[in-house]
Design a protein around this ligand. Structure first.
Ligand code: NAP
Length: 250
């Protein structure tokens, strides 16, 4: 198998960290990209302790220069990336009438602008090598969720972004797919529980009761799906949105 270099955004913790670890155990070298380089240390250490190779990359995905510099550094120090996982995310939940322009811009900026910038910065390596894998993190919230008009718009946008990449880049051997997770236990869902004033264990139990497989998701559930979508064998799967939510979506 050819050597593959991946970059995973928002990989200091949560779903991104699990994906970075999984791709490393699949044999890829991994750029662990997050806002703070020191915060990437745990993910990088876990990868290197398991015999893999990883590089911590500090970048704000919503900032063009920051993203371009991180990708150039990755290409120079670890290798040219042909696998990109656009996972970095933030929440700024509020009902529409209380939502500030800043909360709208921040969420659209990290999820959508961030995915655009990181994909644009890496696509040249994929096109040159006539091989690439793009995975974008959507959400079940793409179908609408009270209090998340910004996040729902961003996550629905990720799906259109993904399908368009699949059309544009397919002829270069590049696939693009989206994963739309349901409830996954991370700091993000813990913060949501805290915001609504519910104990996190109770919050998880209530969520699990509504999920057909009767449990909440773990970051590894998403990492397993990402591992398949970026694999050599997934070359005929493109432009898809895979709901990883313990049950079907409408
Ligand atoms: P998380 O635990 O909050 O982790 C998100 C990571 O993204 C953090 O390390 C965060 O850094 C980083 N990040 C935020 N803004 C960034 C920026 N501008 N540039 C670079 N990195 C940035 O979230 P998660 O639950 O793992 O979620 C990962 C992805 O899955 C997100 O896109 C989320 O929307 C999506 N998702 C999650 C769930 C769920 O139930 N957890 C469900 C559906 C979809 P800091 O720590 O410094 O802020």
């Amino acid at each position: 198998m050819a050597e593959r270099i991946a970059v995973v955004s928002g990989a200091a913790r949560g779903i991104g960290a699990a994906i970075a670890r999984r791709l490393a155990s699949d044999g890829m070298k991994v750029g662990v990209l997050d806002l703070d380089e020191a915060a990437c240390a745990d993910t990088v250490s876990a990868i290197t302790a398991a015999g893999g190779q990883a590089l911590a990359l500090a970048a704000d995905v919503s900032k063009e220069d920051s993203v371009n510099a991180a990708v150039e550094r990755l290409a120079t120090e670890l290798g040219e990336p042909t696998v990109v996982v656009n996972n970095a995310g933030v929440l700024r939940d509020n009902l529409l009438f209380k939502m500030s322009v800043d909360d709208w811009d921040t969420v659209l900026g990290v999820h959508l602008r961030g995915a655009f910038l990181l994909t644009r910065a890496t696509q040249k390596y994929m096109v040159e090598q006539k091989w690439g894998r793009i995975v974008n993190m959507s959400s079940t919230s793409a179908q609408g969720n009270r209090g998340q008009v910004n996040y729902s718009a961003a996550k629905a946008g990720m799906q259109g972004f993904t399908k368009t990449l699949a059309f544009e880049l397919g002829k270069y051997g590049v696939t693009a797919n989206a994963i739309a997770p349901g409830f996954i236990v991370t700091d993000m869902t813990a913060a949501t529980a805290a915001r609504v004033g519910v104990d996190f264990d109770d919050f998880q139990k209530a969520a699990a009761a509504q999920i057909p497989v009767q449990r909440v998701g773990r970051p590894e559930d998403i990492a397993n799906t990402a591992s398949f979508l970026v694999s050599e064998g997934a070359g005929f799967v493109s432009g898809q949105v895979i709901y990883v939510a313990g049950g079907p979506q409408d």
